[in-house]
Ligand binder design. Structure first.
Ligand code: KMT
Ligand code: NI
Length: 179
């Protein structure tokens, strides 16, 4: 099951777990209330997996590609990592299926506190449009992930503050009724 927890407020190395002390774990139900969905799949079957196909069909994820984030394989690695770790939101869902490696998605909860979601091989996660978030690799410094999208991808990241973005208003309204 996916592990998630509140972050401590230290400026420690972001690639370490940095769990708040005492530990404050976050469960799937709490993630769902933030609009985050999660499935565990078998990545070794990703090329012909009926479970993945079903999710793609139901959620209209017609588009996909596979990216590798590592110092060796990603051009402009440092720059990209800094971009991913800058707090931002998108006008669309962010959907990632981890095929190998691992990393951390940090998302803001309804009270604007950081929740860290550890994703690893087999985790498919969707972050809703309008949620403030960021991504970092962990100390393994490697992830290979499928990116899924409804139709033609639109990757624009709106760095915080981005409260004027339409998707933000919709997400804030969603949070208010999901509390
Ligand atoms: C993104 O857009 O933040 C990324 O593609 C990095 C995460 S992929 C597990
Ligand atoms: Ni993003």
């Amino acid at each position: 099951m996916v592990q998630a927890w509140y972050l401590d407020d230290s400026a420690a190395d972001p690639r370490r777990p940095n769990r708040a002390e005492p530990a404050r774990p976050v469960g799937l139900e709490q993630l769902r209330r933030l609009g985050i969905l999660y499935w565990k799949l078998d990545p070794d079957r990703h090329e012909s997996d009926p479970e993945l196909e079903k999710i793609r069909k139901e959620r209209h994820y017609s588009w996909m590609d596979i990216v590798t984030l590592s110092r060796e394989e990603l051009p402009d690695y440092e720059e990209k990592m800094e971009m991913f770790f800058t707090e931002h939101l998108h006008g669309d869902e962010e959907v990632r299926y981890v095929l190998d490696g691992s990393g951390y998605f940090d998302v803001r909860d309804a009270e604007d506190r950081w929740v860290r979601i550890a994703v690893e091989k087999g985790d498919l996660i969707t972050l809703p449009a309008g949620i403030y978030h960021r991504f970092t690799l962990d100390q393994q410094n490697y992830v290979k992930a499928m990116r899924l999208f409804v139709g033609e991808p639109e990757w624009t990241a709106h760095n915080r503050p981005a409260d004027h973005v339409e998707a933000r208003g919709q997400y804030v309204a969603f949070l208010a009724q999901s509390a």
